[in-house]
Design a protein. Structure first.
Lengths: 508, 508
């Protein structure tokens, strides 16, 4: 056995095609590799020009077998896992049982299913739809095959947004509010995949977010809350492998189970799912929002979790800032009582809903009071400190990019619309989320009256060439619409379709 | 750039995940690798524990770039091909145009689409169905992206069986018959994937089948016919890559275009598609056969090809022999006038249909006469010689396995059914098609009267342990049913479902 020289994340071997023929294995079938008293089953890659007596293997295989470069191993064909049979049955229309789902998820996690097999499952679920029963099975199995956060507390509150609206730093306000009122809220978040900033990217401006599960537990037991990156915690790890397939195809049939699995894994008992709704959001209509809400609520019920879905206004960015540092600043300002009204209302509404679910009356008023009194700000600083950040940080300490471009109104009128996707695109071109100080800062929101020459928004970048990329893109795009409603009957002329017309929900 | 040490059939590179993050590429996205004045775009594999300044690459990349182990290369992110956008559109329901199909097929051939992307296309076509228009587009594009056999003759006759019935050596009789009557029939065939023998496996017992396209041309111009393995000719090469995805999933949405593409690539003008029909065949009912026939005929029409579909009786093996050598013997015997009636009738019917299509009257009678007169046998020997085999070969010269097991009737009655799938399975366990001398030799066919103790069939193997495997499997399986029809009202009790209940058509 010879080393390929990398760790592929799942065991990987390559053999010559003449050897494959001899063994009677086809590409993507399995072989068992045995060394001394250990054996491992892996999917086989078939290539040319490898010596007949050589099998190439990734470091994963060497480590598992405790073998060394040059070790003599025995290679035999191995039958496919039974989970493949279940996937093939699903393709032909059979619904999956819990035992079948569990076997599939275990094999996804261990890397025993090939990409072809996993893609077939994902694409099939996309085309024929997953039943609520199956969503529940996948949620449960995905949670059970990963780490579990054991806090031994009840209730455990949580919130999650399905995303799609740029600038949504609601979590950075909700978590300190809830924790400051004595409730436990262990929030894990993702980084941005297609947006200018994920919650983990925003929080990282204020404090480290890559913690171990034990560290998370310590932070939560001390402060009642946390805001950490979920990626390093191995909660529902099947989801990462599923996203790897969904992402290039821009489809997301697993978004309900994967969100719910992560909530289950941290022991949440009361969860608000934020569903931003409207033109420019992922969910376009209130009807569609109801449809998705039903799945979340029902899957939650079966998992023993109370779920409320909050359909929120999603037709423009939340607040004014987009990009990690700009948004961290705005969140901090909000907790200091100087936040934009839409962000304050959204955060207070979601916190209030959560509080209502655990029997608190006037939850929204209490949330607003926690902000006004500075109690939530104090709690945020506790959480920042517990996660290893600077608890004294002030908005103006947060560094921003110094390459600026302001876009001005070319005519007078009312701001009729702000295009979420275009704004997110511009912010990403400017460098967000990789350049933390990059993004877009709005100067107006829908309904504002502007005069010709008024600033509409500012692009912020750390690097000049990225600012130029964003500026160049503006030549073709129209991020903000200004006019008089009664003289603007044409809503949109569609002649160019932007890639990913319906944004998949893969930031979860 | 460091060498992975193998030729993967499509360019493959591996980089460290820290480098991927730096470049902003996700697994399965693309990078451009540049060396001196050459560049290549490849899908990127992301792994761990690779040095930051190293990119691992398969030999395909080194050869294309004319680089050496250790060469300094430049790596930059590269956008996905537009074919990915077409596949994503297809997922969402848009039918494909010819230009889109062409781009997809070109990228399949060049390896520019990841397995995830190709699987999504295949699974989508399986779930939502391919329109006849799309079948035609894929047929045309698949033919155009491969080699073309230019014979400059007309008409060019051809036949193809969608398979599923073991022992079907009809081609070995039809080709010499047609060629002996002065018509051109350049037959390419596949090897077995799930059956005991493919036509290429059968012919290989008599003559080499791995020829170059120039050699094929020479053989056909000399003898009017050939029987070669299609796999080495690069006709419609996209099909191999599609089958690699279809096979593990046991689905076959591309079978019509891939069969038709290969017919187009050899310039066929008149084609008979044999659709074995009935219990135990791939196509269970005559209605289903009509449905499939419609697609073949219509796609053929658009390709400028006349197609007739022959629905043939497929409820038991053709002739008595299954396995490469056993079948080659039986075919040779048939051309010597000593063939089983069903094989003779099937071959003469298909040859007769082909002859009828080019205006010959009494084609079937002419075909039977070509067999009876020895004219077809003489032609077979010419073809064998032209392909490099021994033209003097006689049936008894063909070596068979010497490990034998005969199964006897346990009761008296009429042979009511012979299970195709069980027979194929037993023959494969005995060693076919890898062990050319292995297989099953029937002693009875449906309708025969047997007495207790009469031989029903014989298992032939080259290796004792394989004979034992086949023998052991017989404990659980019932390959032949014997009884009196009027006392056998129970057709089947289904309690155990064999894997791959509906056999996919991937031997094509």
């Amino acid at each position: 056995m010879k080393a390929l020289g990398f760790l592929s994340g799942k065991p990987m071997v390559v053999i010559d095609d003449s050897v494959a023929q001899l063994l009677g294995v086809k590409p993507h079938e399995r072989v068992e590799v045995r060394y001394r008293d250990k054996e491992i089953v892996t999917i086989v890659n078939v290539a040319g020009e490898i010596a007949q007596d050589v099998i190439l293997a990734s470091d994963d295989v060497f480590r598992y077998l405790e073998a060394e470069d040059g070790s003599e191993v025995e290679v035999t064909p191995s039958p496919p896992p039974s989970s493949l049979e279940y996937i093939k049955n699903r393709l032909k229309g059979t619904r999956l049982s819990y035992e079948e789902v569990k076997a599939i998820v275990e094999d996804i996690v261990s890397g025993s299913l090939s990409e072809i097999e996993l893609t077939a499952l994902v694409t099939t679920m996309y085309h024929v739809g997953m039943s609520v029963e199956e969503m529940y099975y996948f949620s449960k199995a995905m949670a059970e095959t990963g780490e579990i956060l054991e806090l031994n507390r009840k209730p455990i509150l949580d919130k999650h947004s399905i995303g799609g609206v740029p600038g949504d730093k609601t979590t950075l306000v909700v978590v300190p509010v809830i924790a400051s009122l004595g409730y436990t809220i262990p929030k894990t978040s993702s980084r941005a995949i297609t947006s200018p900033a994920g919650t983990a990217d925003r929080v990282e401006v204020l404090a480290p977010v890559t913690l171990s599960l034990d560290e998370v537990k310590e932070v939560v037991l001390k402060t009642n809350g946390c805001m950490v990156w979920g990626g390093s915690l191995h909660l529902a790890p099947a989801d990462d492998k599923i996203i790897r397939v969904e992402y290039p195809l821009a489809i997301d049939p697993f978004f309900v189970p994967s969100i719910m699995a992560k909530k289950k894994a941290v022991g949440s008992t009361h969860v608000v799912i934020d569903i931003p709704t409207g033109r420019g959001a992922k969910v376009k209509t209130i009807g569609e929002g109801h449809y998705i809400a039903k799945d979340f609520i029902e899957v939650g019920r079966r998992l023993g979790m109370e779920v409320t879905c909050a359909l929120t206004y999603g037709e423009q960015p939340i607040g004014y800032a987009m990009g990690p540092a700009l948004e961290a600043r705005e969140a901090l300002l909000t907790l200091k009582g100087k936040g934009p009204t839409d962000l304050v209302d959204k955060a207070a509404s979601i916190a209030g809903t959560l509080l209502g679910m655990v029997g608190v009356e006037n939850g929204k008023a209490m949330a607003l009071e926690a902000i006004k009194s500075g109690r939530a700000e104090k709690k945020l600083r506790e959480i920042i400190e517990a996660q290893g950040g600077d608890p004294e940080v002030e908005p103006e300490d947060i560094p921003l990019g110094d390459k600026l471009l302001t876009v001005y109104a070319e005519s007078e009128g009312i701001v009729l619309w702000i295009n979420n996707k275009v704004m997110a695109y511009i912010a990403r071109l400017a460098g967000a989320p990789v350049d933390k100080g990059a993004g877009v800062l709005l100067k107006v929101k829908i309904g504002d009256l502007v005069k010709k020459g008024d600033p509409l928004f500012q692009i912020v970048a750390e690097r000049a060439y990225k600012l130029q990329l964003a500026e160049k893109a503006l030549e073709e795009l129209r991020p903000i619409g200004i006019g008089k409603p009664q003289e603007q009957m044409l809503i949109e002329s569609i002649s160019f379709v932007m890639p990913h017309e319906r944004l998949p929900i893969i930031e979860r």
